[in-house]
Design a binder for this molecule. Structure first.
Ligand SMILES: Cc1cc2nc3c(=O)[nH]c(=O)nc-3n(C[C@H](O)[C@H](O)[C@H](O)COP(=O)(O)O)c2cc1C
Length: 188
């Protein structure tokens, strides 16, 4: 199973980095798969630790891809790291082995410490729409414009029926950024 999370890491100077990452869960192992080049990968290779944040505020997923990265953080409890104050839960992890790959190495991690912060309040279709739109944004240079437009049209159905203010803000950031990139691509 793949869980869509926010991975927080620290660079050697202690600067925090946030990135949405799909974590592969295999038995009791978590596999982080960053595409090169990646700040998350660099930080993980130097610190050997990260925090996996489980978060239903999709503005953070959208924000990481659209320049809104200033989300409140707190110090992790066991490892040297940080977690998102908005996380419903977080898991502090450590690398146990690495499968090297020129494109997308696999970082196998084990949980060191897990904390529940607040309850999960159920699925929301607009959150799904924002996550899918954010993934489209991260691949916008590799996909035909018609495919992006038709997928956004479909995602807008669930979004319009169920979004709250957080989802509306996130959707606005992502769809504007997609429009901008498509506009740039059509004029280059
Ligand atoms: C829901 C979601 C899941 C993502 N999963 C991954 C992933 O597993 N690996 C990856 O390299 N990028 C993933 N991305 C894209 C990255 O978050 C984004 O490109 C980011 O800048 C990663 O690079 P960084 O480590 O340099 O920040 C995902 C984006 C979204 C919206």
């Amino acid at each position: 199973m793949i869980q869509e999370t926010i991975v927080t890491t620290l660079n050697p100077q202690g600067k925090a980095h946030l990135a949405p990452m799909g974590i592969h869960v295999q038995n009791d192992e978590f596999i982080i798969l960053p595409f090169r080049p990646s700040t998350t990968l660099d930080n993980l290779l130097s610190s050997r630790t990260a925090v996996i944040n489980y978060c239903d505020d999709v503005r953070i997923f959208a924000g990481c891809l659209t320049g809104h990265r200033d989300w409140p953080l707190s110090s992790a409890e066991i490892i040297k790291g940080v977690f998102l104050n908005a996380a419903l839960a977080h898991c502090e992890v450590e690398i146990i082995r690495i499968e090297e790959d020129a494109i997308r190495p696999k970082l196998f991690c084990k949980a060191i410490h897990q904390v529940q912060h607040r309850p999960f309040e159920g699925f929301n279709r607009a959150q799904f729409s924002v996550l899918e739109a954010a993934i489209l944004l991260s691949r916008v240079n590799h996909l035909p414009i018609e495919k992006i437009e038709s997928e956004l049209k479909y995602l807008a159905i669930g979004f319009e029926k169920t979004a709250g203010p957080r989802e509306q803000e996130a959707w606005q950031w992502v769809t504007s950024a997609i429009q901008e990139k498509c506009h740039e691509a059509s004029h280059s």
